[in-house]
Design a protein around this ligand. Structure first.
Ligand code: A2P
Length: 309
């Protein structure tokens, strides 16, 4: 299996990336050290977001990696970041990306995503209430994303957490089609219908929290303890995490596991050079799915009820 895919924008993206979202937000030194360790291990794709506060630590790790010769220049990396819901309105998109680039210390990102089809009022923060959710201007916000692309500040643009209806609306007005839809995806939330639509439209699906996350705001910690996954892992001499990640690759998505632990970062790289059998894929496909409202510990709810202007 290829370790990279080609996006509709023409750029190449490694199918394994390091996720950097953690809550509560850890000390920046810890995040930087984990990312630097990942670079030493061979990770070349990093997923950050303005909301995660991991852009600055990632930027410092990039500088260190260049200084120490781990990479020879920035172009060896694939860097994705996201437009926070707090900046998801016309006029705010390009300045928000410039802030992100400044924090990252780089001139362009390989991928810029709308973090969610939602605008939220107030200061940037992980926790907000439904009262803070504002109407989302899909047309005007996407035009801002297209401007980022045309200016060369983002080599590809896309979306995150877009369910089918919001994606269809975007496609109805987008001049540049989104290259990626990054969504929570794991054996308990397989996103089958959404993946089919994305395939039909040439949109690559990227999976965040492929291990079920921390179960705090999003994700579900049951994923790594599902009896079906544990059985397959035991049979193959792999870990449950490796089976979940390999399953994602076999479904054609890229996977973005987050770990700030050296051993687990290493473990999460051993997902190439072996396969899951048809029978094993079938067993996973039959795992009962979370209903959408519960699937992301509440994130799906504000997104679904968010209206468009
Ligand atoms: P840690 O950072 O201490 O390794 P996800 O990528 O699905 O969002 O999951 C992230 C969570 O899974 C984090 O709590 C992370 O903790 C943990 N994690 C990452 N890799 C593994 C692994 N190989 N086995 C078990 N837990 C893991």
């Amino acid at each position: 299996m290829e370790t990279e895919i080609v996006l509709s924008s023409g750029g190449r993206m490694p199918v394994l990336g390091m996720g950097t979202a953690a809550y509560p937000v850890p000390e920046p030194e810890l995040v930087e050290a984990a990312i630097f360790e990942a670079m030493k291990l061979g990770y070349r794709h990093f997923d950050t977001a303005s909301l995660y506060q991991s852009e600055r630590p990632l930027g410092r790790a990039i500088s260190r990696a260049i200084q120490t010769g781990i990479i020879s220049n920035r172009s060896e990396l694939f860097i994705a970041t996201k437009l926070a819901c707090f900046d998801a309105y016309p006029g705010a998109v390009v300045p928000a990306l410039r802030d992100s680039l400044n924090a990252l210390g780089i001139e362009y990102v390989d991928l810029y995503l709308i973090h969610a089809p939602m605008r939220v009022r107030g200061e940037k923060r992980f926790v907000f209430t439904m009262d803070d959710v504002m109407p989302f201007d899909s047309v005007g916000t996407w035009e801002g994303m297209e401007e980022c692309y045309e200016l060369g500040l983002a080599k590809a643009i896309g979306v995150s957490n877009f369910p089918i209806d919001k994606l269809k609306l975007l496609l109805s007005h987008a001049k540049v089609h989104p290259a990626v839809n990054q969504v929570e995806m794991h054996p308990l939330w397989q996103q089958k219908e959404l993946r089919e639509l994305c395939k039909e439209k040439g949109i690559h699906v990227s999976s965040y929290s492929p291990l079920g996350g921390t179960g705090c705001f999003w994700g579900n910690r049951e994923v790594l303890h599902l009896k079906e996954i544990e059985k397959i892992a035991g049979d193959k001499g792999k870990t449950a995490a490796q089976v979940c990640l390999r399953w994602g690759l076999e479904k054609g998505v890229s996977v973005l596991p987050k770990s700030f632990n050296k051993e687990r970062l290493q473990e999460n790289m051993d997902i190439f050079g072996w396969t899951l059998g048809e029978d094993e894929l079938q067993v996973i496909s039959l795992i009962p799915q979370l209903v959408e409202d519960d699937a992301s510990q509440g994130l799906a709810r504000p997104i679904n009820s968010c209206i468009n202007v």
